[in-house]
Each structure stands twice: as C-alpha cells, then as structure tokens.
Design a protein around this ligand. Structure first.
Ligand code: FAD
Length: 462
C-alpha cells in the first residue's frame, strides 16, 4: 500500500526531509489536515495565509501529476480513517516540538490501524534538539554557549525534491471546496514562490547591511522570512545554504559580518526550539523558578490600551499599531512592547503572548514563548529583572527621527522627534497643544520601574 505524507508546518516539496524519507518507501499520497484546535488560536491573517499557502502547495502537487488530499477535522480521527480508505502502509510526518503537537502526534500514532506504521522525521531545525548538549548532557539554556557549538557544526545539505514518479496519480477535492478562498487582504503574498522571492530579494543585497539596519525599524532591513519559516514555505537547510552562498559572494568584510549576524538569528530559532523541546510546559509556565508567584496585576483597561496602541508611549504604540496593521512587528519593537507590558503595566506575559499568538502572521510557539519569557525575565538567558527598558530611551536610540513612529501614529505627524521621545515627560498642556488626539501616558515609567523591581524581589523571596 502507499505511504501517506502528512504536511503540517512544512508546506513545501523541496528540502522536506519527511517527504524525502516517505518517497524512499514507494508510492506517496500527500495529505494536510485543517485542524480546528490549531485554527482556534489564529487570527484571520494567519489563517488566510495558511489556506493560501495550502492552495499553492496543492497546485504544486497537481503540476507533479498528483494531488494534495486536504481534510478538515481532528487528525486523531481523520488520519486513521484516511489510512484505512487508501490502504496505506505508512504515515510519515516531520517532528514538531510544542506540547500541543507532541500530544496530538502521540495520539495519532496510537490510533492508527495496526497495519499502518508511523514514522517521524526531524526537519524543522538545522541541528536537532538534543544533538547539541552541555558537557553535563543537558540542553542549553544560555544562548552564547549554545551558539559556539552550533556555529562549529557543519550545516546539513538541503534534501532533494522527490521525483514525480513516486507520487500516486490521483485527484483530490480543491481547497476551495473545503475553505472559501482566502487570498485577498493578506498582509504578505502567501505560498512557496512568494517565500522564495522574499528570500532572493533579501540575499541579493539587504543582508549585507543587516548588522547595521536590523535594529532600526524605520529601515525595514530584516529578511521578513519569519512566516515562511513558521509555515515551512522555506526549508531551513535551503535558507542556510543560500545564506552561506551570500557569504561567499560578500563584497566586503563588513558585509561578511552582517551575514554572520543573520546566521546568528537562525541559531536563536534552533536555540528556542531546543528549549521548548526540553520544556514543553514553558508554553504556559515560567522557565525560571521563583520562591513566590510574581504578583502580576489584573488590569483589563491597561491591557486594552496596550493592544490598541493607546498607552501614550509613542514607541510602544507604534509597535502595537504595526501589529494591527500588518500582522507583523519588528523585533526591536517586540522587545520594547513586551517589556512595557510586563514591567510598566505589570501584566502577566501570558496575556501578551496570547495576543501575539492570535495577531502575528509568523507566530511560532518556541520563538514567541522564548521572546516573551526573555522580556518578562522569567525565561532562559532572560533580561535581568532589574534592567528595565526605558521606552523613551529605546525610541530615541532606535528611531531617532521618529520616522517609524510617525508611520503608524498619524496623530504625531507634525510633532518634532524630541517632543515625541519625551512625550510622557511633557506638561499636559503642551501635549494637548502638540497632538490633541494622542493619549496621555497611562502609567509613570519611573514609578513603575521601582515597583516592578520590588515585585520581582518579593517573588524571589528577598
Ligand atoms: P530577521 O531579523 O530577518 O531574522 C531571520 C530569522 O531568524 C527570523 O525569520 C526568525 O526565524 C529567526 N529569528 C530572528 N530573531 C529571532 C529571535 N529573537 N528568536 C528566535 N528566532 C529569531 N519570531 C517568530 O518567528 N515567531 C514568533 O512568534 C515570535 N515571537 C516573538 C515574540 C517576542 C516577544 C519577541 C521579543 C520576539 C519574537 N520573535 C518571534 C522573534 C523575532 O522578533 C522575529 O523572528 C523577527 O522579528 C521576524 O522578522 P524577520 O524574519 O524579518 O527577522
């Protein structure tokens, strides 16, 4: 009987290790399952991007003389049924590391008919969680040590695309019959080709200035490949080998340093995935142990102001409004708004995480939890609790001309950068005069900073 290959967060046929492994066993039928349990967490932008990417994968398979079988429902029931229907001998998928995925995949394995074997392949990372360990045999919780080993490892080569003859010649219902076409209003073009185009555009030049531009949100100098990695529109080996080629072609020493800096970000991704793999519970629990629970506030109004970009801290509001407008936020802003939520508003990082999970196109459990726990000082290698970002200083340093801020906050259009960066410190009359429609600060940073340090010291049992 044929082998079913189950596509999840790997919506491509190139550099797909699981698919390559499946093809070694004879005839393959590719499958995807639209799972309501996963969909429940996604806002409309991410769902739309997912469906459009599935549609594009289906076209790819049609061009290969086969089809993508798209089913809707709980994989625990859908896949055993499909295996019986198609007389499959085998079900193959690429390993995922979140708690939800691990629990689901175990259950699927357990419910397959006896004649069907399950095979899980490692594909998502450059270096599989557990393959880079401390001398004590533990996973790493300090990035710089992890990175030293990571960068010394040879990068694995991309996996080949299986030959068209391994696929069963068949037709499946169009995704349009399962999910009404979602392709309009996407914040970014979806599908494999769009991801390839973004990759090529970045590696053709912008990567050589990355070290310089990556912390200036107005420059938009980052690769914008996070959703493509999250959905697996690009293979990580494929990206890494293209980056290594860009390294070889780098025109200057500085350009090479920039490529190195970019590679380092890919290591962060592997790093957080190995943390999540070792500690799946950190999706909802602090990584660090505290003596007493941290006394986060309950303040729905402040939370709402944060989500709407109406805190009266311009750099924070600009980031939150970018998220609303584009389903994306620049990394520097993610750090700033996460710090503001946890340290200035003193709200639980899990509230912020839930908002990001719904809103972000590129939501990915390991990176999202990793980023939040870093900012909240509860994670691996986290920001120390006493080193609290000052939003005014952050704005001045990373958006000196307030260009990024003005892109997202029309109320501040005519205001001078100096006034914008000291907005919370201006007299109320002055604020009223400069930008009557932009809110006053909802908290006092200096006061909250002191309180937050005390809050953490109490939690630490000091
Ligand atoms: P680039 O700078 O071009 O980086 C290239 C790639 O490297 C990214 O696509 C990503 O895969 C990886 N990467 C970069 N920075 C990090 C990082 N700090 N940690 C882990 N991987 C990284 N990233 C996500 O992919 N999904 C998330 O849900 C997510 N949530 C975050 C939440 C918070 C609070 C914070 C502080 C960061 C989060 N990040 C997340 C990490 C980072 O902000 C994004 O990966 C990045 O902004 C995506 O833009 P880019 O592709 O242009 O990045």
């Amino acid at each position: 009987g044929p082998t079913l290959f189950w596509h999840r967060r790997d919506l491509r046929t190139v550099d797909n290790r699981g698919l390559d492994a499946a093809s070694e066993h004879g005839q393959v039928i590719p499958v995807a399952v639209v799972d309501p349990a996963v969909k429940a967490y996604a806002g409309s932008a991410r769902s739309g991007f997912y469906y459009a990417s599935l549609a594009s994968l289906q076209q790819t398979y049609r061009a290969l003389g086969t089809d993508l079988e798209i089913r809707q429902g709980d994989p625990r029931t859908v896949l055993p049924e499909l295996a019986a229907e198609t007389d499959a001998e085998r079900l193959v998928w690429n390993r995922d590391y979140s708690k939800l995925a691990k629990t689901r995949d175990e259950a699927v394995r357990g419910r397959l008919p006896e004649a069907v074997s399950a095979l899980e392949i490692s594909d998502m990372t450059l270096h599989e969680p557990g393959s880079i360990l401390t001398s004590a045999g533990d996973h790493y919780s300090v990035f710089s040590y992890y990175y030293k080993k990571w960068i010394d490892r040879a990068a694995p080569a991309p996996a080949p695309q299986p030959s068209p003859d391994v696929f069963v010649n068949r037709q499946a219902p169009d995704i349009g019959e399962i999910q009404a076409s979602p392709a309009d209003n996407l914040p970014l073009p979806a599908g494999r080709q769009a991801a390839r185009d973004r990759m090529t555009a970045f590696l053709d030049g912008p990567i050589y200035d990355y070290a310089d531009t990556r912390d200036r949100p107005a420059a938009a100098g980052t690769s914008r490949l996070s959703q493509d990695l999250a959905f697996g529109l690009l293979g990580i080996r494929e990206l890494r080998s293209a980056v290594d080629e860009a390294d070889t072609a780098a025109p200057t020493e500085t350009a090479m340093d920039s490529v190195e800096e970019y590679r380092r970000q890919l290591a962060w991704r592997d790093f957080y995935i190995q943390v999540l793999d070792a500690h799946p519970e950190t999706v909802s629990e602090n990584f660090k142990d505290f003596e007493h629970p941290i006394e986060w506030r309950a303040d729905p109004e402040a939370f709402r102001a944060w989500t709407q970009g109406k805190t009266g801290y311009p750099i924070v509001d600009a980031g939150m409004r970018q998220l609303q407008a584009e389903s994306f936020m620049h990394n520097r802003l993610r750090m700033i708004v996460a710090s503001f939520l946890t340290k200035d508003l003193q709200l639980d990082w899990r509230e912020g995480y839930a908002w990001f999970r719904e809103q972000l196109l590129d939501h990915e459990t390991a990176n999202d939890v990793g980023g939040w726990q870093w900012a909240a000082s509860t994670g691996t290698d986290a920001q120390p609790y006493f080193r609290i970002f000052n939003p005014m200083t952050q704005g001045k340093r990373h958006d000196p001309d307030a260009e990024y801020i003005k892109t997202y906050i029309p109320e501040l259009q005519g205001v001078a950068p100096e006034a914008i960066h000291s907005w919370p410190d201006l007299d109320q009359d002055r604020r009223e005069e400069l930008a009557p429609d932009y809110p006053d600060p909802i908290v006092d940073h200096a006061e909250r900073r002191e309180e937050t340090i005390e809050m953490f010291e109490r939690a630490r049992g000091g």
